[in-house]
Unconditional design. Structure first.
Length: 211
C-alpha cells in the first residue's frame, strides 16, 4: 500500500505513520533523510543536489522527486511505503505523477487550527531520543522525564504560538490545495484527527479496509 499523509503541523501525522509502519509492514520514506543519504552516498542525483546545496541554492522539485524514485526502487519498498514530507505543493504532486510514482491513498488528517495551537503548546520531546509526548493525550509517567531513556523533556524551538500560526498559514496556502488535486483522482480520504490517537488510528484502518 502506497500512502501519503496530509494534515497541518501537529495533526499527528508522525504518530500515525509510526503505527502504520508496524501494521502495514512498509517503510516511512522521509524526504530529508533520503536527500542527506543520497548526498552522502554520492549517487548521480545526490551529486547534483550536493552541487546546489554547496552553492546555497534550493534543491528543485525534480531532483527531490528523482531522489525519492531512487529510494523507492529499493527492495523494502516493493510492498508499499508511506511518504513523509512530500508532496507539500501542487508542483511536487504533479512531479510525482510525471515520474510514475503511484499513490494508492491520500489520508487527510483533519484538525481545527485552534486545536493545533493547543496541541503544539503541550507537546514535549525527549532531549536524548526520538520519543515524543503530549501533556494531555500522551503524558510521561514522571513529569519532565522521558519514559524511554530517563532524559529530560524539552520543547521544539518552533513550538510557539506565532511560529505555529505561520506554519498553519503556509500549510493552508501551499499544501491544502493538494486535497482537491487528489480528490479529483479519487484517492483522498478524510480522517478525524480531533480525538484520541487510538480513535484516529481505528478510523484510518477502517478507511483503508484493515480490521
Amino acid at each position: 500500500m502506497k500512502l501519503v499523509l496530509l494534515g497541518p503541523p501537529g495533526a499527528g501525522k508522525g504518530t500515525q505513520a509510526d503505527i502504520l509502519i508496524e501494521v502495514l509492514g512498509v517503510p516511512q520514506i522521509s524526504t530529508g533523510e533520503i536527500l542527506r543519504e543520497s548526498v552522502k552516498n554520492g549517487t548521480p542525483v545526490g551529486l547534483k543536489a550536493k552541487a546546489l546545496i554547496d552553492h546555497g541554492d534550493l534543491v528543485p522539485d525534480e531532483i527531490i522527486i528523482a531522489i525519492i524514485s531512487e529510494r523507492l526502487a529499493q527492495d523494502d519498498c516493493k510492498n508499499g511505503f508511506i511518504l513523509d514530507g512530500v508532496p507539500r505543493t501542487l508542483n511536487q504532486a504533479e512531479t510525482l505523477d510525471r515520474h510514475g510514482i503511484g499513490i494508492d491513498h491520500v489520508l487527510s488528517i483533519e484538525v481545527p487550527d485552534a486545536v493545533i495551537l493547543k496541541r503544539i503548546a503541550d507537546r514535549r520531546l525527549c532531549s536524548n531520543c526520538p520519543t515524543t509526548f503530549h501533556l494531555v493525550s500522551n503524558p510521561p509517567k514522571e513529569a519532565g522525564i522521558c519514559d524511554a531513556c530517563g532524559s529530560s523533556l524539552t520543547t521544539r524551538n518552533d513550538d510557539n504560538i506565532e511560529t505555529t500560526r505561520h506554519r498553519l498559514e503556509t500549510y493552508h496556502l501551499l499544501t491544502e490545495p493538494l486535497k482537491a488535486y487528489y480528490e479529483g483522482q479519487g484517492k483522498l480520504c478524510y480522517v478525524t484527527g480531533d480525538c484520541t490517537i487510538e480513535e484516529t488510528t481505528r478510523e484510518i484502518l477502517k478507511t483503508l479496509g484493515i480490521d
